[in-house]
Unconditional design. Structure first.
Length: 220
């Protein structure tokens, strides 16, 4: 657990306690009591429904937007993506901490966990000044099967490239740009959808194979 400051357009910086969660791909996840207390969702900020809010206990309700900055130690991360939890139970409904710091922030540093002296050392790396992006497709894929080579659409954001392309929850991704989806891992597909401007997809829906054009863009 570490102490950090949440900095937003309204009000003073808020001193907060966060859990380092290297298993999370998110940047920040703010707990429900913290979100409600600081009125983060009452400021009119643009948000999306949190597609990736799945854990061992099932779905976690929340919205995704941005805050002005996040200060961790002496380092200031500008305009990070934040998940504003609306969970009514579980760890993100607790007042024990104000949330989690995930890999999208931690990957900006070399992180040294010094257990002997009970400290964490952060050393900025080449990623430090790069902006933190959120899901540019509006598409949440999950993999399954013996070799995790079946890629199913688990969720789609409204008014996103995925919904505009005509993709549906439950569609199976068969090919990207004519290449079988089995040539890729789930991580490679997610990176592709973050970096590309446009992708030609083939999906299986029932007994049909459909061609879709996914035009990527920033959503928040």
């Amino acid at each position: 657990m570490v102490h950090a400051q949440v900095i937003d357009d309204i009000g003073s910086p808020v001193d907060s306690a966060f859990v380092l969660d290297i298993g999370s791909g998110a940047a920040l996840i703010l707990s429900t009591p913290f979100v409600d207390r600081e009125r983060f969702l009452q400021s009119g900020r643009p948000t999306l429904h949190w597609l990736e809010g799945l854990g061992f206990g099932g779905g976690i309700e929340g919205s995704v937007g941005r805050i002005k900055a996040f200060k961790l130690g002496r380092y200031l991360v500008n305009n990070p993506v934040a998940v504003f939890s609306q969970a009514s139970n579980g760890p993100f409904a607790s007042t024990d901490t104000q949330g989690n710091i995930g890999a999208a922030i931690l990957e900006k540093f070399q992180v040294i966990l010094d257990y002997k002296q009970n400290r964490i050392i952060l050393e900025p790396n080449a990623q430090f000044n790069k902006p933190i992006e959120y899901n540019r497709s509006g598409l949440f894929l999950v993999s399954s099967g013996p070799n995790f080579e079946t890629f199913k659409i688990e969720a789609i954001a409204d008014n996103s490239p995925a919904s505009e392309a005509g993709l549906h929850k439950g569609d199976i991704l068969i090919a990207i740009g004519g290449h079988p989806a089995t040539e890729y891992t789930l991580s490679q597909l997610r990176l592709m959808f973050q970096d590309a401007k446009q992708c030609e997809l083939t999906v299986e829906r029932g007994h049909e194979h459909l061609q879709m054009t996914l035009k990527l863009r920033g959503l928040i």
